[in-house]
Ligand binder design. Structure first.
Ligand code: FMN
Length: 383
């Protein structure tokens, strides 16, 4: 990671001592990442969004990460059909939280880089240096129709790179500049104030394809990607190292994980089976699969995108109501803590975690798994 990023002496935990960073993902959308009809699924009512975010913040989570979404997946659950916009979400919750980094997930095709630089600088000031940017280049054309914007799966990361260059130069500060590229033709770009964090808030890029890795290696401090079981991690880490080395950089690797934690494995697995297999909203799952296929770029080989996990291989079931490609962390507190240690040893620097219902599920994880991770040396108690 760029040394200069550490210059700002903030309390941003993304630069703190936890060897394995933990963030909570997708509190801002209904369903979280679970495409399930289970009646207790996440509804994302604002008071609950606030409660769950503060619960994570008080427990010492390193970051809060929202999903950027404009349309749901249909079916009876219409998963992600309700979502709070992430810049305004970051500002609002940044004012209420005290510890966690507040990431904002920005769709490159929808937000100009100069707008993003000003908005991110604003949130960085409002949070005293806890802003973070998650760049997403867009995949689901259906979401962009309402904006009158067309996305180009083959060119999305080329546009993303131009976008990032303008954004970074603006938020880093300096004289006004012009920019002429394939996607942007801009005059007099600057932003005032610039971010508190220097040269800019931490950047994450969410993607999986080789092009996505190449983009992250240039633009991001962290690649937020997909691994669904332990064996996939070393290969992904090695591959990302190759991309990062091309640019003389070293970037972190995070995944998303679904937590189902109960006193015993049987209880946890039964609950996972209930909401992810028996209660899966197959109509929405099918929509997601079709939209993903349409949104693929033709230049990348996506064949290694993880579609199974150890439970689907063991049982022959899909567990489709958990998000495709998500890493299931199912078990007792001891089992989950031990698996997180293995994930770290295999090459992951962090995870963005989701729960079927954040308010129901997070307290047990926080009370039982976080202290184990501290005893195992992966995390330090909150100061
Ligand atoms: C872990 C992860 C999280 C993502 N989060 C979002 C999101 O919040 N909103 C969105 O529109 N796309 C999101 N994406 C999609 C990516 O931005 C990207 O456009 C898409 O995955 C296609 O690129 P790829 O082939 O490199 O994966 C996410 C992707 C990954 C892997």
């Amino acid at each position: 990671m760029d040394e200069a990023l550490h210059d700002y002496k903030s309390a941003n935990p993304m630069y703190g001592p936890n060897a394995f960073k933990i963030g909570v993902f997708n509190i801002n959308c209904n369903g979280g990442l679970t495409i399930s009809l289970a009646p207790e699924r996440w509804k994302a009512d604002w008071p609950d969004v606030v409660k769950a975010t503060l619960m994570a913040d008080h427990a010492g989570y390193d970051f809060i990460l929202p999903v950027a979404k404009w349309h749901g997946y249909g079916g009876k659950s219409n998963n992600l059909g309700r979502s709070y916009e992430t810049l305004t979400h970051g500002a609002a919750l940044g004012a209420l939280t005290k510890h966690a980094a507040m990431f904002c997930t920005i769709h490159v095709p929808l937000v100009t880089p100069a707008f993003a630089a000003k908005a991110m600088a604003t949130i960085d000031h409002a949070t005293n240096g806890r802003a973070g940017l998650n760049i997403v280049c867009g995949w689901n054309a259906d979401e962009f129709d309402m904006h009158g914007v067309t996305i180009d799966p083959d060119g999305r990361y080329d546009q993303g790179l131009e976008w990032f260059k303008v954004y970074a130069r603006a938020i880093e500060g300096g004289p006004e500049f012009d920019f002429k590229g394939k996607y942007y033709n801009l005059r007099g770009v600057y932003t005032d104030p610039v971010s508190l964090q220097r040269p800019r808030p931490m950047t994450m890029s969410a993607g999986f394809s080789p092009n996505g890795r190449d983009f992250a290696a240039q633009a991001a401090d962290v690649l937020f990607t997909l691994v669904s079981e332990i064996d996939q991690i070393p290969a992904m880490r090695d591959n990302l190292n190759i991309y990062a080395a091309k640019y003389g950089r070293d970037i972190g690797l995070y995944t998303q994980a679904q937590i189902v934690c109960r006193p015993t494995f049987k209880e946890a697995f039964d609950y996972y089976h209930y909401f992810a297999e028996e209660m899966a909203d197959m109509e929405a799952v099918e929509y997601h699969a079709q939209a993903t296929a349409k949104g693929r770029d033709t230049r990348s080989n996506n064949s290694d995108r993880p579609m199974v996990n150890k439970y689907s291989r063991q049982t022959g079931k899909r567990f489709a109501g958990a998000y495709p490609s998500i890493y299931p962390l199912v078990g007792s507190p001891d089992e989950i803590a031990a698996e997180i240690v293995q994930m770290h040893t295999a090459g992951l620097a962090g995870a963005a975690i989701v729960f079927l219902n954040y308010l129901n599920e997070m307290p047990y994880f926080n009370a039982e798994v976080l202290p184990r991770l501290e005893r195992l040396g992966l995390r330090v108690p909150m100061g």
